[in-house]
Design a protein around this ligand. Structure first.
Ligand code: S3P
Length: 425
């Protein structure tokens, strides 16, 4: 693997900037906005709610409606495959003075929504889903009350839904997380002018109106950092071949996302961070990756929420490591875009790996269990499964075919051509 690559804009940050821009007064310019289908689902929903959205290559300009200016959409808002779109918008819509319906694709309609329905109801929201847990969600906007929420699971999406609802609530809304999760919502809220207070794992947000409120959000001109979760497929691919030399430009290095770099370093990967700078509370740097012999190891505990999206790639690296990879405490993987534990175990086995599947993770044997063979992979419509196995296929014996490979576009359109461009054969 050789060459330089620029990643798509960070998916999590793109969603948040777009939503807050839609609530702000004035026109925000969001440069290097994510090309991910997920973020474009967010833009389509915001358009249907009255924001003006213009695209020019990877720059998006959003003219907001002001904090109280969103309008009801006559048709259901379609979040596509995107859990972030659905859960975060549910928070915003709960506090509007109109009703909304939020729906999504087959995968999203199977993912749990009770985790946002419950705290939003505590705030006074009128929100209903199929079996009280699944999309489509019917949300009748209400006057909300602030809550002090002890979040039962470490989820950035749940935290964000509550904080975004808090913008429209009476009183100061607080969320305490059981373990650290990505903090892009807090940073973006501050950037757009909301008042946020953080102390350890507790985050408090002042509503826009009321005594201490800022009254409004202000339009911003912002650069979205490259997506580290997408970069990981290239870090993994480069690590697999000893004479690789890959430079990843302008990657987001927010400390709530970089635990994956620590995991790689502990496994013996060669990653150098260069050209660090900060932008709008986020940190950006270039990563220089060389090939190395990976040791493998155990990933568990409080680290899991910080590397949750990178676990598929790590698991698939297992057979190429000395000791194999073991993942524990990661039952959340079963309710992502697919049941990722099952999809990983199934496809690793198809390639000849030795895998033990567990309720909350899996154990993948290392190199001594034998080389991987190319195989036909079924990603179950899950972008990260498709991309992880494409990387594994590069180093396997024989050809690998990924069924329904275009699902990678959910987070990384152009992934295969970039992988091809950097792969020297
Ligand atoms: C995300 C948070 C994570 C992550 C998802 C994006 C976000 O989900 O898996 O891909 O942008 O907030 P949870 O917060 O549900 O763990």
């Amino acid at each position: 693997m050789n060459g330089a690559i620029e990643l798509p804009g960070d998916k999590s940050i793109s969603h948040r900037y777009a939503m807050l821009a839609a609530l702000a007064q004035g026109t925000s310019e969001l440069r290097h906005f994510s090309a991910a289908a997920d973020c474009h689902s967010t833009l389509a929903c915001l358009r249907a709610l009255g924001a003006e959205v213009k695209l020019e290559r990877d720059a998006v300009s959003v003219t907001g409606c002001g904090a109280r200016g969103l309008k009801s959409s006559w048709r259901a808002l379609d979040a596509g495959n995107s859990g972030t779109t659905m859960r975060l918008l549910a928070g915003i819509l709960a506090g509007q003075n109109f009703s909304s319906k939020l729906t999504g694709d087959e995968s999203l309609q199977k993912r749990p929504m009770k985790r946002v329905i419950a705290p939003l109801r505590e705030m006074g929201a009128d929100i209903h889903g199929r079996e009280d847990n699944f999309a489509p969600l019917e949300i009748r906007g209400k006057r909300l009350q602030a809550i002090d929420y002890q979040m039962p699971m470490a989820s950035a999406q749940v935290k964000s839904a509550v904080l975004l609802a808090g913008l429209f609530a009476e009183g100061v809304t607080c969320v305490t997380e059981p373990a650290r999760t990505r903090d892009h919502t807090e940073l973006a809220l501050e950037e757009f002018g909301a008042k946020v207070e953080k102390s350890g794992r507790r985050i408090c947000l002042h509503p826009l109106s009321g005594e201490n409120g800022s009254g409004k959000l202000t339009a911003k001109s912002l650069d979205v950092p490259g997506d580290l979760s997408s970069a990981v497929f290239f870090i993994a691919a480069a690590s697999l071949f000893l004479d690789s030399n890959v430079l990843l430009h302008s990657v987001g290095l927010n400390p709530t996302r970089t635990a994956i770099l620590d995991v790689f370093a502990e496994m013996g990967a060669s990653i150098q961070i260069v050209n660090l700078k900060s932008a709008q509370g986020e940190i950006i740097g270039d990563l220089a990756v060389k090939g190395s012999l990976l040791r493998g190891g155990v990933i568990a505990g409080e680290r899991i929420p910080l590397v949750i999206d990178e676990l598929p790639m790590l698991a698939v690296l297992g057979p190429y490591t000395e000791e194999g990879i073991e993942i524990r405490d990661a039952a959340e993987l079963r309710v992502k875009e697919s049941d990722r534990i099952a999809a990983l175990a199934e496809n690793l086995r198809r390639m000849g790996a030795k895998v033990e599947e567990r309720p909350d993770g899996l154990k993948v044997e290392g190199r001594s269990a034998g080389k991987l063979r190319g195989a036909e992979i079924d990603p179950h419509g899950d972008h990260r499964i498709a991309m992880a196995f494409a990387v594994a296929g590069l180093a396997a014996e024989g050809n690998t075919v990924i069924r329904d490979s275009e699902c990678a576009g959910v987070s990384f359109p152009g992934f295969y051509s970039e992988l091809n461009r950097l792969a020297e054969r």
